[in-house]
Design a protein around this ligand. Sequence first.
Ligand code: S3P
Length: 187
Amino acid sequence: MYVPSQSAQKARDIILIGMMGCGKTTIGRALGVELHRPLLDMDAVIEEQLGKSISDIFKEEGEAHFRSLETTFLRYLCDERPCSAERCILSTGGGVAMRQENRELLRRLGFVVWLRVDIPILIQRTARCTHRPLLMGGIPLKDRIRELCLQRYPVYAKTAHYTLDTSHMSVHQALDHIKEAASLYFR
Ligand code: S3P
C-alpha cells in the first residue's frame, strides 16, 4: 500500500528553536498538552536511539557526529515519517539551526518559532547547568553564552516564521502567543 510521506502533505508541526535555556522543552511540553499533540524532543530522541547522553556523544563521537545525527533525524521527519503520524511539537537542540540544510528541513516541517530570551537571563538560567557540553569548555559561562548568541541570534531570526521574546513572560503567556500565531499561520 502506498503511504504518502510527510513531504507529500502540508507541513503542520510546530517547531521551537532557540538557545540552551530558552525554555523549548518546558514550553514545548505545555504546548503539547494544550494542543493535544505529542512532544518530540530531539535531544531526548537522539539519546534514546544511541543509548547514551548528549555529553557522552560529544565526548566519544565528537560534535560533528552529533550534528549529523540531528540532520538525519530531521530528514526522517520530513521525508520518511508516515502521513498518518500525528503532527507534533518539535523541541530542537540549540545548535540545530546553524546548518543550512537543517534550516530548510525545519521550515519544511511546519511553523518555526524562535523563543528569544535576553542574554543576561540565559546566563542566569544556565549557570548551574552540568549536562551541556558546549558550556563546559572552561570559558567563563557569560562569555560563552554571549559568543553563541552573537553567532546564533541572526540565524534564528532568519529561520523562524515567528519570533517571541519570552524574557519576561510566563509559560502561560508564551503559550497564548504561540497558539494565536500558529492558528494564523495554519489558517
Ligand atoms: C546544544 C544544545 C543542547 C544540545 C547540545 C548542543 C547547542 O540542547 O542539543 O548540547 O548547540 O546549543 P538544548 O538547547 O535543549 O539545551
